[in-house]
Design a protein around this ligand. Structure first.
Ligand SMILES: NC(=O)C1=CN([C@@H]2O[C@H](COP(=O)(O)OP(=O)(O)OC[C@H]3O[C@@H](n4cnc5c(N)ncnc54)[C@H](OP(=O)(O)O)[C@@H]3O)[C@@H](O)[C@H]2O)C=CC1
Ligand SMILES: N[C@@H](CC=O)C(=O)O
Ligand code: NA
Length: 432
């Protein structure tokens, strides 16, 4: 029997437990693929006495990272503990000792991916991170390998399982935000601190990673415009339904030449749009390449076994490379200079809901602001509110530049007849 490849696991939570199960249950298949057994030797946790939903030999558990990272017999470190600074130090230490790394950590890869990949390359190590974006969907591998020959100009998708789960349950069943967030946490979809999910930061991190790989540009997290789902109201969801839209948290990365825009924001999609029917914790990423045209990748974006599948597949890739005596990192070698688009160069349709004083000429004043900037309406509704002196106006515009639209919003807020701008969302798909 060949000597096993020994693995050190950092973390035994939702994803770590899935990794242990897959390595145990698929041992024969892994043997076939790689030609030698694989075995987890040590596992770092915070609390070795915690009750877990996977059985491991208690002697494997440790609360001392050194026991895992500095063990000379361990060839590969799988990091599924989360966190940024401490974790970054652990992985740098592992790479500098020549250990290969597999991680599911988008927080870390979005901020320090370039540094870690550089150190990995310097030490001839693999550093794979497929699970970090869209859980079980092999999207990074598809961008790096499957679409390697193409020039990708657009990436758009649902890349956060927690918020998609929440929006699905709120839109379809009228569930309350708090209840469904608690469900998503119990199901293991949410981050340890779900603020990153609901405020759009988790999706922004994933979009930065996707755009970096897809466009071969050094896209930083701060280049991503971010808005989360916390301010979406029941009224907005009702109007969306009435107008034939579905609300989704959508990430978009788009380039025209060297000019790029990357954003994450709640977006209204026509019900017929392919992303509108991606529900629950599922994710989907639409990729447009100049030669291939449209492609779409769909699958579970969060959860124990789906995410662990991506982690263990990365482990298989590492083990194959070890056996071949090569290493093939997902290089971050920016080939194109990045230039962010200005707000005047970013175009979209918009949904706007405002409360105005129900006075003669109010409507005309509002439409004038739009027409002065050449922004026309696709849909418009005006309804009386319970307070008889107020009316609710809902507008869906045709495409407008972000700059024009934001200036219109500012001018609307300054109008005496406008009581409040209640909500505003990007609208994608169909129409001019
Ligand atoms: N959950 C999901 O669906 C997905 C998660 N990810 C990413 O995978 C990673 C893990 O997520 P998940 O499994 O959900 O997280 P969990 O909170 O379920 O698990 C984290 C594990 O790491 C251990 N741990 C955390 N911090 C430390 C520390 N400082 N020292 C020692 N042990 C520590 C915990 O120990 P203990 O058990 O003792 O508390 C726990 O076992 C994160 O980076 C996450 O973003 C990526 C894709 C999907
Ligand atoms: N919290 C994340 C987990 C996977 O990345 C999500 O909900 O998508
Ligand atoms: Na993935």
């Amino acid at each position: 029997m060949e000597k096993p490849i020994l693995v050190g696991l950092l973390g035994l939570g939702t994803v770590g437990s899935g990794v242990v199960k897959i390595i145990e249950n698929h041992q024969e298949r892994l043997m076939h693929q790689v030609g030698c057994p694989v075995q987890i030797k040590k596992i770092l946790v915070r609390d070795i006495y915690k009750k877990r939903d996977v059985q491991v030999d208690p002697a494997m558990l440790t609360t001392n990272a050194t026991d895992v990272i500095d063990d000379p017999e361990i060839d590969v470190i799988i990091e599924v503990m989360g966190g940024i600074e401490e974790t970054r130090q652990y992985l740098l230490r592992a790479l500098r000792q020549g250990k290969h790394v597999v991680t599911a950590n988008k927080d870390l890869m979005a901020l320090y991916g370039s540094e870690l990949l550089t150190v990995a390359a310097e030490h001839h190590c693999d550093l794979f991170y497929e699970a970090s974006v869209a859980g079980g969907i092999p999207i990074l591998r598809s961008l790096v390998d499957g679409l390697a020959s193409d020039h990708i100009t657009k990436l758009m998708g649902i890349v956060n399982g927690t918020t998609n789960y929440i929006l699905t349950k709120m839109c379809k069943y009228g569930a309350s935000y708090e209840d469904v967030l608690a469900e998503a946490q119990a199901l293991g979809y949410a981050e340890a601190d779900p603020t990153a999910d609901v405020e759009g930061l988790d999706a922004a991190r994933k979009m930065a990673i996707l755009a970096r790989l897809g466009f071969s540009m050094n896209i930083d997290l701060e280049d991503v415009q971010v808005k989360g789902i916390t301010s979406i109201t029941e009224e907005d969801l009702n109007y969306a339904k009435r107008l034939g839209y579905t609300m989704k948290l959508i990430g978009i990365a788009h380039r025209n030449g060297n000019k790029v825009e990357v954003s994450v924001q709640p977006t209204l999609l026509p019900d017929s749009h392919p992303l509108a029917s991606v529900n629950d914790e599922y994710n989907a990423v639409y990729v447009y390449g100049e030669a291939v045209g449209e492609t779409m990748f769909y699958g579970p974006g969060a959860g124990s076994l789906p995410t662990a599948t991506a982690v263990v597949s990365d482990l298989v890739a590492v083990m194959k490379n070890m056996r071949l005596g090569v290493n093939g990192h997902y290089a971050v070698a920016p080939q194109y200079e990045k230039q962010l688009k200005s707000p005047a160069e970013i175009f979209s349709k918009y949904f706007l809901r405002i409360h105005v004083k129900d006075q003669v000429g109010a409507f005309a004043k509002i439409t004038t602001l739009f027409s002065e900037r050449g922004v026309s309406f696709e849909k418009i509704l005006q309804l009386p509110l319970k307070d008889n002196n107020l009316a609710e106006i809902v507008i869906v515009t045709h495409r407008a530049s972000q700059q024009d639209y934001e200036e219109i919003l500012q001018q609307l807020r300054d109008l005496e007849i406008v009581q409040e701008v209640k909500s505003s969302y990007r609208v994608e798909g169909e129409g001019k």
